[in-house]
Design a binder for this molecule. Sequence first.
Ligand code: T3D
Length: 261
Amino acid sequence: MSDTIEFTRDSAVARIALNRPQKLNSFTREMHAALRAAIDVCESDDTIRAVVLTGNGRGFCAGQDLADLCFEPGRMTDMGALIGENYNPLIRRLQALPKPVICRVRGVAAGAGANLALACDLVIAARNATFLQAFVNIGLVPDSGGTFFLPQRVGVARAMGLAMLGEKISGEQAAQWGLIWRCVDDDQLDAEVDALAARLGAMPTRALAAIKRAIHAAATNGLSAQLDLERDLQSDLGASHDYGEGVNAFLQKRAPRFEGR
Ligand code: T3D
C-alpha cells in the first residue's frame, strides 16, 4: 500500500488515515488507489466491524489535488472521467459498506474532502474543524454527493448558500445545522472518536448495516416501499445470532455479547 494512506487495526476497528499532510491530504490518483485498497480490506474482512476515516496533520482533506491535474491544451484532464473513476465509486462504496464508518475531522474539510466526510455515517468534528464547499471558488459545482447531502441535511436555503458562496462554516455550526453528528472540543476529539469506534465495533454489525441501508433508502423511497424494506430487513435480522443474543441477554439481565453475525 502506498504511504499516502495509513491503515491500522485495533481489534474490531480499522483506521484509515489520509496521509499527504503537507498538501492538506488532497487527493491524487495514487491516494485514491491506496484508499480503494484499504476499503477492499474493510469490505472483505468480517472481523472489522467499524471503520474510522481521518486525515493526518492539521487538516482532514482539501479535496482534489489541483496540482495533479493537467491544463495543457490537448492533454486536459477529463474531469468527468476523474470523478467517474475515483470519487463516485468511493462515495458509493462508503455508503454501501455494511459496517459503520466514522469520520474524524480536524481542521479543514474542503471540496471533495468535505463531501467525503458527509458520505460517512457519523461525522465527529473538532471545534477547530471547518467545512468548505470550495468548488465554486474555482468555477465548479459541488461533487462527490455534495448536491445530494447538503439539501437533504440542512435544507435548500442553507445548501444554496454553502454551495454558491463557497464560505467556510465551523464544526460547531455544521453540528448545529445537522450537517454532521457532533462537534467536540479539540482535545477531546481522539477520545470521543476512539470510544465511539470501540462501542460500534462491539455492536450488532448486521443491524447497523441494515440501519444504514434503510436510512439511505429513505432518501428515495416512499413510506410504502420503506415499510416493505423494514419488514425484509427485520426478517433477515430475526434469524441472526446477534438478535438471539440480544433477546437472551435482556431476559437474563446481562450485557449482550454481539458477534456481528
Ligand atoms: O478535476 C477536478 O478538479 C474534479 C474534482 C473536483 C473535486 C474537488 O475537490 S474540487 C475542490 C478542490 N479543492 C479546493 O479548491 C481547495 C483548495 N484549497 C484551499 O482553498 C485552501 O488550501 C484551504 C481553504 C483548503 C486551506 O487553506 P489554508 O490557508 O489553511 O492552507 P494553504 O496554505 O492554502 O494550504 C497548505 C498547503 O496545501 C499549500 O501547499 P504549499 O504552498 O505549502 O506547498 C497548498 O497549496 C496545499 N493545498 C491545499 N489545498 C490543495 C493544495 N494543493 C493542491 N490541491 C489542493 N486542493
